[in-house]
Design a protein around this ligand. Structure first.
Ligand code: DMJ
Length: 465
């Protein structure tokens, strides 16, 4: 889903550091052994600031920092910055009550974020990261220009929907010219927009955005097989499946399912809840594979349910939290246990594992937040401190293995400890936020009504001082 370019410079963890990382993640703390909440919350905030200061020092105003070399990375288009990390960090900074940083970031966005730039952007990433980030920033700070920017940007993304014969969005759009490209899109890209577009329509009173996203959802749902399964990708011009494998909950379909549930929570529209239920029942029925109290999901043909693969991506680990929120708590626990067991084997989770053989298929770690996201969701649903212990252990693993003087970085190989050189923008939106909301009595977040997007953006529950 996120084709992160390979870092230019490579760093190898020293043997001692790698061993320390393995030890740190090797033994899970029990809930009773956890340090006091306030101590963990302070540590989480300090680590977030370590990454943030590293970004500010080396790459302020650029999309992403390369924390080892001190370089910068343009995420959307070479030669263009959207200040992605600033937008990603904004609501996290606000929740952590770092108000000087909030003001500095919002000022930068208002002065520099150009939504009309002559650049081709990936619609999905622009929606979940930039549109979502601007919406969250507006909800947190109340600064109207953030909402204006958000609307300007979304208007520039709309041709991806309106130029498509089916209403399913093209993958890319040029923000200045409106030219579209990329006619075969995976479900996560076609369908992770409902929440941001719906919220924008609600805030502006203009239904254009909501109507476009809702049509795309129905276009996908209608194409389910008689088993109730969906394929992986669709040609948006013909409406035909380009790949008929049901690979849920892995990428590149992952957040499509999440948006049905979050959309139902945010807008209370029964059709979203019903679509979620029908599709989730089918995934649980036809893709589940259990052993030793753990649940995994096979890849299957969407029409016949025949097995096509047994790989699982770290990105799919968010699904435990989604299953819990959707009422499938037993399955959620079993699936989460499978990822916790993976953490017994590696200091930080590898990108892809073959669960039939236990082999690592992709040894990278892209500083992803999905396991912590599930810990947070499972904790909010159950109130059980065991999930805080899981999150704490994950945090310590990340800190031990991926912390560098310039912030936090991806790993090229978790089995050898070889590091890369990038702090992805989502690290500022998600990793620390889930931890912070679990351990800090965050006065600016209403835990009862609070709702976050797939990118960890605050959609509801901001308590303004
Ligand atoms: C984030 O951009 C979002 O969580 C998205 O839904 C998929 N995962 C990445 C981070 O791994």
């Amino acid at each position: 889903m996120h084709a992160l370019p390979l870092p230019r410079r490579r760093t190898v963890l020293g043997a001692a550091a790698a061993a320390a990382a393995l030890t740190a993640a090797g033994r899970p703390a029990t809930a009773a052994e956890l340090p006091p909440d306030a101590v963990v919350a302070a540590e989480v905030k300090a680590e977030f600031l370590h990454g943030w200061e590293g970004y500010k020092r080396a790459a302020w105003g650029y999309d992403e920092v390369r924390p080892v070399s001190g370089g910068r990375h343009d995420f959307f288009a070479p030669g263009h910055t959207f200040g992605l990390s600033v937008v990603e960090a904004l609501d996290t900074l606000w929740l952590m009550e770092l108000d000087e940083e909030v003001a500095r970031s919002a000022d930068w966005i208002e002065a520099h974020l150009d939504p009309v730039v002559d650049a081709e952007v990936q619609v999905f990433e622009a929606v979940i990261r930039l549109v979502g980030g601007l919406l969250a920033g507006y909800l947190c700070t109340g600064r109207p220009r953030l909402l204006e920017r958000c609307r300007e940007l979304t208007d520039r993304l709309l041709p991806a929907f309106t130029k498509s014969p089916t209403g399913l969005p093209y993958r890319h759009v040029n923000l200045r010219t409106g030219a579209v490209s990329g006619k075969v899109g995976p479900l996560a890209e076609l369908g992770s927009n409902l929440v941001e577009f719906g919220l924008l329509s609600r805030l502006t009173g203009d239904n254009t955005y909501w109507t476009a996203a809702r049509q795309a959802y129905w276009e996908i749902y209608h194409r389910r097989s008689s088993l109730g399964l969906l394929g992986t990708s669709i040609d948006v011009e013909t409406g035909r499946w380009a790949d008929t494998t049901s690979c849920a909950p892995n990428p590149p379909v992952d957040s499509y399912y999440e948006y049905l549930w979050t959309g139902w929570q945010l807008f209370g529209l029964d059709e979203l809840r019903d679509q979620y239920r029908t599709l989730t029942d089918a995934v649980l029925r036809h893709q589940s594979e259990r052993s030793g109290g753990q649940l995994r999901f096979r890849q299957v043909g969407y029409a016949d349910g025949a097995t096509r693969g047994r790989e699982q991506s770290e990105l799919g680990s968010f699904y435990a939290g989604l299953l819990a929120k959707g009422g499938d708590l037993a399955a959620a626990r079993e699936y989460h246990r499978n990822w916790t067991a993976e953490l017994d084997r590696h200091p930080v989770l590898p990108e892809v594992v073959d669960f039939a053989t236990g082999q690592v298929r992709n040894p990278r770690n892209d500083l992803r937040p999905e396991y912590a996201n599930s810990c947070y969701d499972l904790w909010t649903v159950t109130g059980e401190s065991g999930f805080k212990a899981d999150a704490h252990r994950w945090f310590q693993g990340m800190k031990s293995a991926l912390r560098v003087p310039g912030g936090y970085t991806v790993a090229e190989d978790v089995t050898t400890g070889r590091l890369g050189d990038l702090t992805p923008g989502y690290w500022f939106a998600e990793n620390s936020k889930y931890l912070y909301l679990m351990f800090a009595a965050a006065p600016r977040f209403d835990q009862r009504t609070g709702l976050l997007s797939t990118e960890g953006k605050l959609l509801r529950g901001a308590v303004r001082p």
